[in-house]
Design a binder for this molecule. Structure first.
Ligand code: ATP
Length: 368
């Protein structure tokens, strides 16, 4: 296996469009790194540059010790798995798995052994004689993975490999990919627009927006300390609540929203120097807690309760999303399954201690 290193890598398409601004990061040997971001952020372009399918406009790209900027894809010792499985329809699963190896001139015994290994690892043994048309979407995707696996490449590149599968299958394939990564100890770069996939699969995640790297970190570090508003609102579902206003000290610390409503905040959670300044305040839906419960209020220490108006209540089984308005501002809370507040009523809530995020309203950057 090998590390992948990008040093100020840029991509400018022939029409002058800058798809990737200087990107610098390293995928460690054996690491599963996820590139995530909304459509058009440049994640596929980055992956395709690593694969050699797009030229690097500037900067240095290394795989292992070698600079590969000008190296042909076939010489890079990488294998790529695409969203469209790209299987050969007229070949059986076994032939699909063997094809790339035969093309590269491996002998029959090696080909047979590697196909067997991949089939066992991906539980494809019973399907080896079928053609792709006779496979389910999940089985096809396993064959596509198998085709990469038999190559025993230094680096696996996966471009939205699960996005053609239904939600349930996606979840089980996600676990299979994680398991595969653990067993192989392979270096993998995984592209997705799905934040859940990124959070569950990535050992580290690169968050991209409009061609720029926004933050690189371990999943929970990104979730708990997002570097800016983009990362804060991109990761997490429902998304983080963001309220713009001025931090004030009126009967205790609070955010005075621009349209006048007041959101009381836990004492001690607002840095002294912030009072009087304008901020975008972020609170995750799970950090809006049911207030007015004496016992919990006492354990948490007193935090003043506020009461937004309940709008739409969405029970999803193991939790309830409660959509509300505070003044004219929309808010959402994630409450335990027993809670079913009536639309139209006021719901007493308080902000959890130590969970506030402050961002600069101009630049969107995290303030600490
Ligand atoms: P998606 O998830 O929709 O595939 P992405 O994050 O993978 O999005 P890219 O495919 O990397 O995005 O594209 C990044 C940007 O570069 C997009 O705005 C796209 O329109 C642009 N782009 C891609 N290919 C070309 C090209 N050949 N010429 C000009 N612009 C391009």
């Amino acid at each position: 296996m090998a590390a992948v290193q990008l040093e100020r890598v840029r991509k400018v398409y022939p029409d002058g469009f800058v798809a990737v601004e200087e990107a610098s990061f390293e995928v460690a040997d054996g690491e599963l790194l996820v590139l995530v971001g909304p459509s058009g952020c440049g994640k596929s372009t980055l992956l395709r540059m690593i694969a050699g399918l797009e030229a690097v406009s500037a900067g240095t790209l290394r795989i292992g010790e070698r600079v590969v900027n000008d190296m042909a894809p076939k010489d890079r010792d990488i294998a790529m798995v695409f969203q469209s499985y790209a299987l050969y329809p007229h070949m059986t699963v076994a032939e699909n798995l063997a094809f790339g190896l035969k093309l590269r001139g491996h002998d029959r015994a090696t080909v047979a052994a590697r196909v067997d290994d991949a089939a066992r690892l991906l539980e494809l043994e019973a399907l080896l004689q079928r053609r792709p048309a006779a496979l389910s979407g999940g089985q096809r995707q396993r064959v596509a993975l198998g085709r990469a696996l038999v190559r025993q490449p230094q680096v696996f590149l996966l471009d939205e490999p699960l996005s053609n599968l239904d939600a349930k299958l996606r979840m089980s394939m996600r676990v299979e990919i994680a398991r595969l990564h653990r067993r192989l100890g392979a270096t993998m770069v995984y592209v997705t627009h799905d934040q859940i996939e990124a959070m569950t699969l990535g050992q580290r995640i690169v968050v991209l927006d409009r061609g720029r790297i926004q933050q690189i970190d371990a999943p929970m570090a990104l979730y708990e300390r997002p570097a800016n508003l983009f990362v804060a609102t991109f990761l997490g579902s429902p998304a983080m609540n963001v309220l713009r206003g001025t931090l004030v000290r009126e009967d205790g610390p609070a955010l005075r929203l621009d349209e006048g409503a007041r959101l009381p905040l836990p004492a001690g959670d607002v840095p002294e120097a912030r009072f009087g300044t304008r901020v975008d305040l972020g609170i995750r839906p799970e950090h809006l807690l049911r207030g007015g419960d004496g016992e919990a209020d006492a354990t948490e220490g007193h935090v003043e309760v506020f009461a937004p108006a309940v709008d739409v209540v969405e029970p999803v089984g193991n939790e309830v999303f409660v959509n509300m308005t505070l003044g004219t501002h929309a808010l959402v809370a994630r409450l335990p399954p027993g809670e079913l507040p009536e639309p139209g009523t006021a719901l007493p809530l308080r902000a959890a201690r130590g969970r506030l995020h402050f961002f600069d309203p101009e630049s969107g950057r995290r303030l600490d």
